[in-house]
Design a protein around this ligand. Structure first.
Ligand code: G3P
Length: 219
């Protein structure tokens, strides 16, 4: 399973890249705003800076919601770097835009997916990735993980090559459950990835090893 990080924070992206587990980055307009990145020139420069750090796909979201606007923005984004994946919202014009980019050989990520029907449409038009938002479904007392299970079943039934990119992943158990269900990718905050490291028996075992070593050395 691929690990993407869901942030526009360059420090976190660098830390995940240095850890050696990073396969890509996803961003969205809210994450760019959180870092204080505004204005099209600054946003463009920031995407370039992310691409310089990460060795993998970088999702960059269009702001337009009409077909021609999405095509214009998406083509400009795709020109920035081969790593750029054009992120398109699951709306009617978005489906048409996904088809256009698929036929043009440009990678896409269909975002804001909350149902199997939406995922099936994205796969039909050849999206590279589909992003079901599991955390936001959990937020409204719905089982986000069951959406991953159902999309996996549908894609496997027909051999769709669209990758399931579990998004709105909030913690390490989301990552592990997505791995059990066969998601192709999870995108999460860095903290959800580093939480996978933690186990009290590891800490206790290491402390005992080091203590025994010191005692044996007479320290
Ligand atoms: O990038 C889209 C998605 O991962 C957003 O997550 O935590 O804002 O629901 P969240």
């Amino acid at each position: 399973m691929k690990f993407f990080i869901d942030t526009a924070n360059l420090k976190d992206i660098k830390e995940a890249q240095d850890l050696g587990v990073l396969d890509g980055v996803t961003t969205n307009p809210s994450l760019m705003a959180k870092e204080g990145i505004t204005g099209s020139d600054n946003i463009t420069q920031h995407y370039k800076a992310i691409c310089d750090i990460v060795d993998g796909d970088v999702s960059a979201e269009v702001i337009a919601t009409d077909y021609h606007g999405m095509i214009k923005e998406g083509l400009a984004l795709a020109k920035l770097n081969d790593k750029i994946v054009v992120k398109i919202p699951m709306v009617k014009d978005g489906v048409r835009a996904l088809k256009y980019f698929s036929e043009a050989g440009i990678k896409t990520n269909c975002t804001l997916v909350f149902s199997t029907g939406q995922a099936l449409l994205a796969a039909k038009v050849g999206a590279t990735y589909v992003s079901p938002f599991i955390g936001r479904l959990d937020d409204i007392s719905t089982d986000g993980l069951s959406l991953i299970r159902d999309i996996r079943l549908i894609f496997d039934n027909y051999g769709y090559s669209t990758q399931i990119l579990a998004a709105s992943v909030r913690h390490s158990m989301h990552i592990l459950n997505c791995a059990k269900l066969g998601a192709d990718v999870t995108t999460s905050p860095l903290s959800a990835i580093t939480s996978l490291l933690k186990h009290p028996l590891t800490d206790a075992g290491l402390a005992a090893f080091l203590s025994d070593h010191r005692k044996a050395a007479g320290n």
